[in-house]
Write a protein that binds this ligand. Structure first.
Ligand SMILES: C[S@@+](CC[C@H](N)C(=O)[O-])C[C@H]1O[C@@H](n2cnc3c(N)ncnc32)[C@H](O)[C@@H]1O
Length: 397
């Protein structure tokens, strides 16, 4: 990893010539890159100009993740895998009260910058480019981080009170299979025999049966996109081995713990549909959401919920139901025309319908957007037409 910006490039970019190039590129955001490169190459080697262009582009891309993006040292691979300010701060909160934490597989330091605030962190990465970036980024962030270039397997954890490990889920050759990582998950979990407080960041698609027994598993989403799964050893899991959904919405994180509620009642579609957030479904917290909302499930094997009163929740999309009918293409098309629908998003759970084929065959010409929900109801294929947001239209009577 780290093959995009080299260590030599990082060092050269930190010289006065390099800093001047970074400033010049950053100050010309809308400029013609070819003209700019030609101009800058008069005063600096072409390779260094190209490296400055790469880093400035990465810094711009990093703005969605880091408040300090414009000053950070990044590689393409390092940025892609880095925890954002928000997720890293959340990880770090688990280590409150611990004086010295090891960040194993620190990458460019997304987590290290948060772990090294209010405590000491030792960050380790085998990739010297990432380690150098992490060292500089910790300094930019004012974090207390000592960085070591080493294989994490060789690190002595004496004097460390807690460990965070974010193993690589891709190599230079591409993404690893879901559940695979370097170092492997079993090695990461085994760290708890040496230092009991351990947190592991894993791919959001992690099969639950790979989670170590007795550990908490937390699924984190933002904007309805699953971002990560976190495994917390018993020493960092005050609620026990729960499954938790954490939904990030702006500066707030909404949490729902699975397993406390009895199975949700199953029943007919009401005027409101709730399409649970992927963190909720992955955590197995659909029944818990139903209990919270006084909602029922459309089918005991399908995660859509329905309610009679408008649910207000950050844990799912809430849609007013405009029509509910047994799945039949002609009948659905007629309903969509009656409702003056011109464009549809299709959501399906528990349905075998081919969505692209359905879109082609609907041939709509109305004015309104809608969501078509394809699912099952008491084991029958079923369709719902929903307006696109809770305020898009009142539910049909
Ligand atoms: C997912 S990234 C870490 C991202 C980091 N948490 C952040 O927020 O920026 C994984 C890192 O693990 C490192 N790595 C993989 N195997 C390693 C090993 N055996 N020893 C040390 N580092 C390793 C890779 O070089 C890579 O930088």
């Amino acid at each position: 990893m780290g093959g995009d910006l080299t260590l030599a490039a990082l060092h050269a970019l930190a010289t006065p010539v390099g800093e001047a190039l970074l400033t010049a590129v950053a100050a010309d955001p809308g400029g013609d890159p070819l003209a700019r490169a030609a101009r800058l190459r008069r005063g600096a080697p072409a390779g260094l100009v190209a490296a400055a262009e790469t880093l400035v582009a990465l810094r711009r891309r990093a703005r969605g993740k880091f408040a300090l993006a414009d000053r950070l040292w990044l590689t393409r691979a390092g940025l892609e895998q880095a925890s954002s300010d928000r997720t890293a701060a959340r990880h770090a909160r688990r280590y409150e009260g611990l004086a010295h934490v090891a960040d194993l597989c620190c990458g460019v330091g997304g987590d290290a910058m948060a772990l090294g605030r209010g405590r000491r962190a030792t960050a380790v990465d085998a990739d010297p480019v990432h380690a150098e970036a992490a060292r500089r980024n910790a300094a930019v962030a004012g974090a207390d981080v000592g960085v070591v270039v080493a294989d994490v397997a060789d690190v002595d954890l004496a004097g460390v009170d807690g460990v965070f490990v974010d193993p690589a889920r891709r190599t230079g050759a591409g993404r690893l299979r879901t559940g695979d990582s370097l170092p492997p998950l079993a090695w990461c979990a085994g760290l708890s025999a040496r230092v009991p407080p351990v947190g592991v960041k894993a791919a959001p698609g992690l099969p639950l049966d790979l989670a170590p027994a007795g550990w908490e598993v937390e699924f984190v989403s933002e904007g309805r996109e699953l971002k990560e799964a976190l495994l917390w050893s018993p020493a960092l899991a005050p609620d026990g081995p729960v499954r938790r959904a954490a939904v990030i919405a702006g500066d707030t994180v909404h949490e729902l713990v699975a397993g406390a509620a009895p199975p949700a009642p199953v029943g007919q579609p009401g005027p409101w549909l709730v399409d649970p957030d992927p963190a909720v479904t992955r955590a197995g917290a659909v029944a818990d959401l139903a209990a919270r909302l006084g909602a029922r499930q459309l089918d005991d094997r399908v995660a859509f919920l329905t309610a009679d009163d408008r649910p207000r929740t950050p844990f799912g999309r809430v849609l007013p139901v405009a029509a509910s009918l047994p799945w039949n293409l002609k009948a659905l098309r007629a309903e969509l025309r009656r409702l003056d629908v011109g464009s549809v998003q299709v959501r399906k759970r528990g349905s075998a319908v081919d969505v692209d084929d359905l879109r082609r065959r609907l041939r709509l010409d109305g004015a309104r957007p809608a969501t078509v929900v394809l699912t099952r109801l008491a084991d029958r294929p079923w369709a719902l037409v929903c307006w696109d947001g809770p305020d898009a239209a009142p539910p049909s009577p």
